[in-house]
Write a protein of this length. Structure first.
Length: 150
């Protein structure tokens, strides 16, 4: 059972490979951003020896899209959390599909991305005050990107 979080994390790390399918344990693997990923499987995000990690143009554009989704949700009264969760999921799916980063910068991106995926999955299941709390957590996670990536 403990292998499931490891295999999910491994498939996520291997998923961004410029459109190729990665084979893990004999099955074709592609990141599934709808999986309920454990936050404990993700190492802490830190700077690259005091310098921000490099993100490619597609990643920067997709993060901007996610920021827009959260900003648009804040303008709603009341917030439609299920629509917001669906829009965030669509943005995450797009980010993963377009991912072409490699190397240590790519690994750092996944340290930021895995907790975000989990929070979006939690938002899909939440309602009321729990959903409001999840959306605030998602907003914090999205805005962490600017602290660690350029």
């Amino acid at each position: 059972m403990k292998q499931i979080p490891f295999l999910l994390g491994l498939s996520l790390l291997l998923a961004c490979n410029a459109g190729e399918n990665t084979v893990v344990s004999g099955t074709a693997s592609k990141i599934d951003t709808t999986e309920n990923l454990p936050a404990t499987a993700v190492p802490a995000l830190s700077l690259n020896d005091g310098v921000k990690w490099k993100a490619d143009a597609k990643t920067l554009a997709n993060v901007t899209l996610l920021k827009t989704v959260v900003a648009d949700a804040a303008k709603q009264n009341p917030v439609d959390y299920s629509l917001t969760a669906a829009a965030l999921q669509k943005g995450l799916d797009k980010m993963v599909a377009e991912c072409s980063m490699k190397g240590p910068d790519h690994e750092a991106l996944h340290q930021w991305l895995l907790p975000l995926i989990k929070k979006v999955n939690d938002l899909k299941k939440a309602s009321g005050e729990d959903a409001a709390l999840q959306l605030r957590e998602i907003e914090r996670q999205i805005h962490l990107f600017d602290q660690y990536f350029a």
